[in-house]
Every structure is written in structure tokens, then in C-alpha cells.
Design a protein around this ligand. Structure first.
Ligand code: HEM
Length: 341
């Protein structure tokens, strides 16, 4: 497996212009070993995370995530990993393939970037000609501003054999954009995505081009007050309740998709422990806010009304030295043994 992975790495530089890759393993994979994962690794089986969802719980052994600014790079790398290419970008490929060790259970695809959602608007769930031409995501706004993301340090496992690794949650969400674009006004869309203050002040221009490194969530009311006083709460407004040191605790890498002939997105998030994701998702449910105000379980409750989670999966992304078929509890590193002595 390591030889196969190195084959595609030798063909492209490690950057968005070349190829970026992660390899993750599920709790089902680690369940094959007699030993348990180290106690500091939080990797439960996936489960439904809202009272109104019934996702399929994914249990493949492994997920390989390939990303690039050039679609032909990910498509080429995929073929090479399956053993269908002798050379990739002019570089000889090894005989070893990923399919020597695995069968392919599922293949998911997607895109993110200016103009791509508008180019891919011929699927179910998208009102024709409504997606802004310059939007990087179907819902019409930019996402992942620098200061609205956790740092890589915040999401890295800190000690034990999997130190410098992380955990990954991957869900698939279908989107209903007909109501979002046809029945809701720009005011409602900004209020539900950001917060009512941003809508009233027209603080978001276009897809959010005027916002530089953060969405100025400090200008929004506390979600509890907005729920009671305005009857509507914003997605980001709810999410900012789980900040630590003024930053979220998950690192989002979500992208849109037309898998299944339906507008959707693969919500991929990295965090030190899966419980950080669960805590963030609970804030998104806003059950406490709905109980104390006119805001519904899904109506006027951020963007919950427009999305449906179809799949959830949890994975451990080991550090690079353990990325090929790691055991559940590998020996600790030399440094740690020395420190313990
Ligand atoms: C349809 C799916 C979603 C869309 C279109 C979406 C969009 C957005 C947008 C536009 C923002 C504000 C700008 C920014 O990202 O910096 C945001 C913030 C955020 N979203 Fe989402 N989101 C989605 C689902 C989720 C999910 C499933 C989670 C996790 C459970 C999540 C977690 C967050 C967090 C943590 C923030 C940052 C909050 C802060 O600034 O403290 N989002 N999202």
C-alpha cells in the first residue's frame, strides 16, 4: 500500500496545483485487531447526530481523499492507484496497487470554487439560473474564511503513537435549493446563513467578497437573544458558540457534489477528536434555542431546513509514518519511550 501511495506522490508535487492526499481508517477497520486504539484516540462508530435525521452509517475500512485544482490530476491518480496506468505525469508507476489490498466500496466526487456550482446546475435540487455565477458553493456564499477555521495544531492528536494524526468526519448532505432561492429573499438567506444583524446591515456583499479573513460574528447578537427577539438564527451565529480562543474547533474541507444526480455536498471535517465534531453539530441543531423561542426544530434555524444528511462516517488519519495499514495500537515513538525513561 505504501508503495502504491508513493507512486502517485512521485508523479505530482504536494500542493493544490499538484496533488493533496489523506488516508483514513474507520472504527470497523480497527475493530479487526485484538488490541484497542490508544485511550487518547476518540474514534467511535458513526451515529445519527440530530433527532430528525436517519443517515446510512458508513463502515468502509479506508477512505483515500484525493484533491487538486486540476480534475485530470485526481482522475489520473485514481487510475494509477487501481493499477490502470504504467506512467503518471511521465513518472513510472510501481506494480503495487491499492486494489491489491482493497476492493472499492464507494467513490465520491465533488468540486469547490468560483463558478463551478453554476456550471453544474443541471441536477435535482437546483433551480435553474439561480446560482450566482461567481459562487464557490451551491448556497451562494463563500465558506472557510481563515479566522473561521481551526488551526492544524488545534486539530492534531497530541501524544501517543498517532500523534500528529487527526480524525475525520465525512457526511453526505443533499440540498434543496428551490426554496432557498425561490421562496427566500436575499435578506432571509443572509440572516439564516450568517445572522439577522448581517442581513439588516447588508454586511455581506455578493458571495461574501467584502469579508476578508473572517465573518465578523462578534457583531451578531448571541444566538439565544436572536432566537427570542428575531425569531430566526444564523448558521454561523449558532456555530460560533463552540469557539475556543475565538476559533472553531473543527477544520472544514467541505465541497459540493452532484453524486446521485442530486445537488449535495460532502461535508468533510478534521478535528482532534470526533467528540469535537459532535459538539459542533449539536450547536448546529440548536435544540436548546428552539425550545426557548419561536424558532422551529428546522425552520428559521440556520440552514437546517434546506439540507438532509444521507451518510455519516468517522475515520482516523494516522501520521504519515503509519498511513499504510496501521495496527490499532502501534509501539510508541522513540522520542516518547525516551521521555518516559
Ligand atoms: C449545507 C451545508 C453547509 C453550508 C453551505 C455551510 C456554510 C457555511 C458558511 C457560509 C459559513 C460562514 C463562513 C465561513 O465558513 O467562514 C459557515 C460557518 C461554519 N460552519 Fe457551516 N455550512 C454547512 C454545514 C456545516 C456543518 C454540517 C457544520 C458542522 C457540524 C458546519 C460548521 C461550521 C462552523 C464551525 C463554522 C464557523 C463558525 C465560526 O465562525 O465560529 N457547517 N458555514
Amino acid at each position: 500500500m505504501e508503495t502504491a501511495l508513493q507512486g502517485i506522490e512521485h508523479a505530482y508535487e504536494r500542493s493544490a496545483d499538484g496533488l493533496l492526499m489523506t488516508v483514513g481508517y474507520s472504527p470497523a477497520y480497527f475493530g479487526r485487531f485484538e488490541q484497542s486504539l490508544p485511550e487518547n484516540v476518540d474514534l467511535p462508530m458513526p451515529k445519527a447526530l440530530a433527532p430528525f435525521e436517519d443517515p446510512k452509517l458508513d463502515t468502509p475500512d479506508t477512505v483515500v481523499h484525493l484533491a487538486s485544482d486540476h480534475s485530470q490530476v485526481v482522475l489520473g491518480a485514481e487510475e494509477a492507484l487501481k493499477g490502470n496506468k504504467d506512467t503518471l505525469n511521465g513518472v513510472d508507476q510501481p506494480d503495487a496497487t491499492l486494489t491489491d489490498a482493497f476492493e472499492i466500496a464507494d467513490r465520491r466526487t465533488g468540486f469547490v470554487g468560483k463558478g463551478l456550482p453554476a456550471e453544474n446546475d443541471d441536477v435535482e435540487g437546483v433551480p435553474s439560473d439561480e446560482i450566482p455565477e461567481d459562487s464557490p458553493l451551491y448556497m451562494g456564499f463563500k465558506s472557510g474564511f481563515k479566522n473561521n477555521q481551526a488551526s492544524e495544531d488545534r486539530v492534531s492528536i497530541q501524544r501517543g503513537p498517532f500523534a500528529d494524526g487527526t480524525t475525520q468526519h465525512i457526511s453526505h448532505i443533499t440540498l434543496n435549493l428551490n426554496q432557498w432561492y425561490n421562496q427566500d429573499s436575499r435578506y432571509q438567506r443572509v440572516a439564516k446563513m450568517f445572522c439577522p444583524h448581517h442581513a439588516a446591515e447588508e454586511a455581506v456583499e455578493g458571495t461574501g467578497n467584502n469579508l476578508n479573513t473572517d465573518t465578523e460574528m462578534d457583531k451578531c447578537k448571541h444566538a439565544k437573544d436572536a432566537a427570542r427577539e428575531e425569531g430566526v438564527i444564523g448558521h454561523s451565529q449558532k456555530m460560533s458558540r463552540v469557539r475556543e480562543d475565538d476559533k472553531p474547533i473543527i477544520l472544514r474541507r467541505d465541497f459540493d457534489s452532484t453524486d446521485g444526480g442530486q445537488a449535495g455536498l460532502h461535508f468533510l471535517a478534521l478535528q482532534r477528536q470526533i467528540s469535537d465534531f459532535v459538539k459542533t453539530r449539536e450547536a448546529m441543531n440548536g435544540t436548546d434555542l428552539a425550545e426557548q423561542s419561536a424558532v422551529g426544530q428546522r425552520n428559521n434555524n440556520g440552514i437546517l431546513q434546506y439540507m438532509n444528511v444521507t451518510n455519516r462516517g468517522n475515520y482516523l488519519l494516522p501520521p504519515r509514518s503509519l498511513r499504510a495499514l496501521p495496527p490499532a495500537n502501534p509501539p510508541s515513538t522513540k522520542e516518547e519511550n525516551n521521555a518516559a525513561a
